[in-house]
Every structure is written in structure tokens, then in C-alpha cells.
Design a protein around this ligand. Structure first.
Ligand SMILES: Nc1ncnc2c1ncn2[C@@H]1O[C@H](COP(=O)(O)OP(=O)(O)OP(=O)(O)O)[C@@H](O)[C@H]1O
Ligand SMILES: [Mg+2]
Length: 431
């Protein structure tokens, strides 16, 4: 369904069923754009290719860990390079498998190896049954080694959202497999994470057998975001996008951090708003409203993998901002508010250092920004945190967690003492 030719926008019989979207799937996160539509990632594509590329010549590849904020194209680039490596290897007579494992779904070693075995079976003529339950991790590994030996010279395993894995044994198993005579195939692992804490803890999790390079993907700028969205304009019926909408959308997404997923989400959400309101065109106003909805969704998504304390930390900072203490806040100030909020929600607070780690993670994800005070090396310098996200969106997203819905709402916070000029008028959509 994804490949259509030229300018066609689908069967005219169904064309007027959706006045807004023509090919909505182009706005889906999992959509992999064609090669010439991957914007501004040539260097990253080359770097990933340099690490795993030896496979194409029948040599052992490097493992690689890719880090970067959300929506910077990590998943996209990895899949893209892996599939090109597979084709290039095949052209050289080398049988190369590619398996993509989303560790946010397959979050234990057993689930991840099961997924690996199942995907390999699906791609080959492997005749044995692989039980989906009742067997241990080792059994799945055995299937994997057998399939590799029967069908492949090499394998690329993409472990996306690798920080969600409860342990990192799979990295050692895969990297030692050849040495340990489990299989004769070369295996290259591409690990992906948007958690900087994971990088810091990786050395404790693994031993030296998982040698790997590190790559960092940087956020997009407004021009690149604009081009990414232009390339997906065909998602909409012709003439539906009012002029300047993509521009605005790119500018809004670039202002936070250059998150392509966010940009595409805003565009999709704006189209849906227009459709729901029976508006014939998607306007800048739709984009602005969609930005709010997309941001709440995004904060929820970003914090959903984190602990309850990450949410409470964000909530504490947001509530400080909403009740009128705009600007930056020290870890201490946030901690005091956080302790109060733990009381309200009925959770035992973590230590101040624990809270500091949560804040650091959020800073990496781009929800907040943390900077040292000017004290330089003197002992007096400490961290100040500032929200990059609308505090009302954070409060709404955090309160969606059923165990935190006792926390005060935006309205309740706004009516507390010290409120600055009430809340702004665009609170709108109650999602
Ligand atoms: N350079 C690009 N050109 C075209 N589309 C892109 C580009 N980068 C990202 N996208 C699109 O933006 C969305 C998000 O990209 P992707 O999923 O690769 O981000 P990510 O870095 O893996 O983010 P996360 O850490 O949140 O998983 C996808 O729909 C992807 O197709
Ligand atoms: Mg991803």
C-alpha cells in the first residue's frame, strides 16, 4: 500500500471520503521514507555504514551504539543502513540477515531472543517449531545459532530502545557467539538509546567482549524539519495545507529541540483537527492547537518509560512555574516541592541525588534544560533547571498516570497564591 506511482493519489472512487488526508500512512512514525527523502543524515548514514559495513565484504563488523534525543532519526537511519547492507552483501554473494527488535516491547532477554529467533525463522525456511512459551532463553539462542549456521554468513541485529532491556546479557551472547563456537556467522549489533544514563551505565552492565563504537545524532534545525515535512506533503489532499503551515510547524518543532517525530505528529494532529471540525483547509491555527495536543502526547510518551519519580520531578518543577515562580529553579527548590507532591500522591520520596539524576535524564530528553550557575569551579556553583516545555502540558500528561491523578490540576495550581496573571487562554482541548 505504501508504494504508489508518480502523482497518483489513490482510487478516485474513495478520493472524497477523506477531504483532508490522501496518504495518511506517510505521517506514521514507522514509515520509512525512500532513500532520497531522508533529509540531512548523510554523515550519520555513512558512519553507521562504516561500522557495520565490513559485513558486506564478508569481514567481521563493529558493534555500534547510537545515542541522541528523540526524533533525530536514529531508528530510521539504522533500519535504512541495515537494509542497504543486506542488499549490498547479497550482491556479493553473502547471505546477510537483518533483525529489528524493539526492546520496549521485548524488554527481557527471553523476549528479545524469542523475537530474534521468530524473525529469523520467518525470514528463512527453518523447519523446526519454535515454542512461544514454556522454554528458556537458552533454547531461543540455540534456534538462533542453528538458523544462522544453516542460512546466513552474517547478521545485523538492531536493538532499538535498548535501555528498556532489563539486563544486557544479549549483548555479550551475540558478541561472543563466534568466539564461543556457537555459530560461524559474523554478528553486528546496532544498539539505540535516547537515555544518556544508559550510556553511563553500559560499562557496568557489560564486559569488554562487547566492543563498540558510539555515535551521537544531533537534533534537526528548522530548515531540515521543513524539508522532512515537505517530503510528506503527499499525505494530504492537494491544496489542503494552507500556505505557511509547514513553515510554522517546523519553527514550532525546532524551538523545542529539532524533533522530527514531533513535527510530523503536529502535522498529522492538525489534519485531524481540521477534519473533525469539517474545515476544508489546514490552517496555522490548527497547527497551533495541534502543537498543544502533540506536546502533551509527547511528554506522556517520554515519561511513560520512566519511573513515577521522573514524573513527580517534572510535575514539581511545572507547578513551581505555574504558581508564579517563573524562570529557573535549583535542584534544592525542586526537591522541596517534589517531597510535598510525593506526600500528596502517596509515594516515598527518593533522595535529593536521586531526584537530580531524574532531572538530568529529562534534560537529555529535551523536556527541561539544566545549566550550571556562573560560579565556575568555585564550590558555589550549582545546577539550575528550566522547563523547555509548557508546564500546563506536563501537568496534564503527568496526571494521566492513574496513580498521580490526585495531584492538583492546572486550574487548581493556577488559582493558588502568587499566580501570575492567571493562565493563558489557549488551554483549550481537554485531553
Ligand atoms: N532525516 C529524516 N528524513 C525524513 N524523515 C525523518 C528523518 N528523521 C526522522 N524522520 C522521521 O521522523 C520520525 C522519527 O524518527 P525516528 O523514529 O528515526 O527517531 P528516533 O531518533 O528513533 O527517535 P526516538 O528516540 O524517539 O525513538 C519518523 O517518522 C521518521 O521517519
Ligand atoms: Mg526510535
Amino acid at each position: 500500500m505504501s508504494e504508489e506511482e508518480g502523482e497518483e493519489v489513490g482510487d478516485p472512487l474513495f478520493a472524497d471520503q477523506d477531504p483532508i488526508f490522501a496518504r495518511k500512512e506517510l505521517l506514521h512514525v514507522g514509515h520509512v521514507p525512500e532513500e532520497n527523502r531522508i533529509v540531512g543524515r548523510d554523515e550519520e548514514i555513512q558512519s553507521v555504514a562504516d561500522e557495520i559495513g565490513a559485513i558486506v565484504r564478508g569481514d567481521p563488523p563493529n558493534n555500534v551504539m547510537i545515542y541522541g534525543k528523540t526524533g533525530t532519526g536514529k531508528s530510521l537511519v539504522s533500519r535504512h543502513v541495515a537494509s542497504r547492507a543486506q542488499n549490498a552483501a547479497e550482491a556479493n554473494g553473502i547471505a546477510c540477515g537483518v533483525v529489528y527488535v524493539d526492546c520496549s516491547e521485548a524488554d527481557t532477554e527471553t523476549r528479545a531472543t524469542r523475537k530474534l529467533a521468530m524473525e529469523l525463522k520467518r525470514a528463512t525456511e527453518y523447519e523446526r517449531e519454535i515454542p512461544t512459551r514454556g522454554v528458556g532463553t537458552m533454547e531461543y539462542y540455540r534456534h538462533v545459532w542453528r538458523i544462522l549456521d544453516d542460512h546466513y554468513d552474517a547478521l545485523v541485529v538492531i536493538l532499538d530502545e535498548i535501555d528498556k532491556l532489563t539486563n544486557s546479557n544479549i549483548l555479550m551472547q551475540l558478541s561472543r557467539a563466534r568466539e564461543a563456537n556457537k555459530t560461524g556467522s559474523y554478528i553486528g549489533v546496532v544498539g539505540i538509546s535516547n537515555k544518556i544514563q544508559y550510556r553511563e551505565s553500559l560499562d557496568e552492565r557489560i564486559d569488554s567482549s562487547f566492543g563498540h563504537r558510539e555515535l551521537f545524532f544531533h537534533p534537526y534545525d528548522a530548515d531540515q524539519l521543513r524539508e522532512i515535512m515537505r517530503n510528506r506533503e503527499d499525505a494530504f489532499q492537494r491544496g489542503v495545507l494552507a500556505s505557511g503551515t509547514i513553515q510554522l510547524c517546523a519553527a514550532l518543532a525546532a524551538k523545542k529541540h529539532g524533533d522530527a517525530r514531533k513535527a510530523i505528529d503536529i502535522l498529522k494532529e492538525a489534519g485531524e483537527l481540521a477534519r473533525r471540525n469539517d474545515d476544508g483547509t489546514v490552517t496555522k491555527e490548527h497547527i497551533r492547537q495541534a502543537q498543544d495536543i502533540a506536546e502533551i502526547n509527547r511528554v506522556e510518551e517520554l515519561t511513560s518509560g520512566g519511573t513515577i519519580h521522573a514524573k513527580l520531578a517534572l510535575y514539581a518543577l511545572s507547578s513551581l512555574v505555574i504558581v508564579g515562580e517563573d524562570g529557573t529553579h535549583s535542584t534544592r527548590q525542586i526537591y522541596e516541592r517534589y517531597e510535598q507532591m510525593c506526600g500528596v500522591a502517596g509515594f516515598e520520596p527518593v533522595t535529593e541525588n536521586g531526584l537530580y539524576k531524574q532531572l538530568k535524564e529529562q534534560a537529555f530528553l529535551g523536556v527541561i534544560e539544566s545549566n550550571k550557575t556562573g560560579g565556575g569551579r568555585s564550590q558555589g556553583s550549582y545546577l539550575l533547571h528550566r522547563l523547555v516545555t509548557d508546564p500546563r502540558h506536563i501537568v496534564k500528561a503527568v496526571r494521566r498516570d492513574a496513580s498521580l491523578d490526585d495531584l492538583p490540576t492546572v486550574e487548581e495550581l493556577s488559582s493558588m497564591e502568587g499566580t501570575r496573571n492567571g493562565s493563558q487562554s489557549t488551554l483549550g482541548t481537554n485531553r
